[in-house]
Design a protein around this ligand. Structure first.
Ligand SMILES: [Zn+2]
Length: 181
């Protein structure tokens, strides 16, 4: 049998240690093991925390990405980065739950409820009006592997399931971001 590389092996309490989320939020979360081909071409296993209502969506979308061999860099709960989204993005980590505000605002992000997912931030950066890109040094080129675009089957699958894609936002482009209310 082909070997799977384990990128993340937390238990749930380890994975939420240090979050500021209130208990009623934490109680709605669940952590899934997901498999994917990373940019090294090998099969990896990671973990992602989402609202338990979205478990099936997330499991099935990861299964689709694996089937398509759509590369996913790594999937590690953001506790591994001290809950710092910047550090997670720079490391090209894909993630879900993080009890935090939307960058540059005082509004709670849907990540705070486990209702948003970020995939491959380096291939799919945020592009602010004026052209500032985060993470710094990233570039958006839909021809590159691991990059999402409007006609991509992974984006289509999210949309069919009622998720919004940040690549369709008007005020900025958040190509790695998906959310569902
Ligand atoms: Zn996001």
């Amino acid at each position: 049998m082909r070997q799977t590389i384990i990128d993340s092996d937390y238990n749930f309490s380890q994975a939420i240690a240090g979050t500021n989320a209130p208990l009623h939020v934490v109680d709605r979360l669940s952590m899934l093991d997901v498999c994917y081909f990373s940019f090294d071409g090998l099969r990896h296993q990671g973990q992602i925390i989402v609202d338990q209502a979205f478990e099936d969506d997330v499991a099935e979308i990861f299964a689709l990405m694996e089937e398509l061999k759509f590369p996913v860099g790594k999937v590690i709960p953001i506790c591994a980065y001290g809950w710092r989204d910047d550090d997670s993005m720079k490391d090209n980590n894909s993630s879900g739950f993080n009890f935090r505000l939307i960058e540059g605002t005082t509004n709670l992000s849907l990540h705070a409820l486990g209702r948003a997912l970020d995939i491959n931030p380096l291939q799919n950066p945020i592009i602010y009006p004026g052209g500032i890109i985060a993470p710094a040094g990233a570039a958006y080129d839909p021809r590159q592997a691991g990059t999402l675009s409007a006609e991509h089957p992974v984006v289509e699958e999210f949309l069919i399931r009622g998720w919004r894609w940040g690549g369709n936002f008007d005020h900025l482009k958040d190509y790695h971001h998906f959310e569902k209310i």
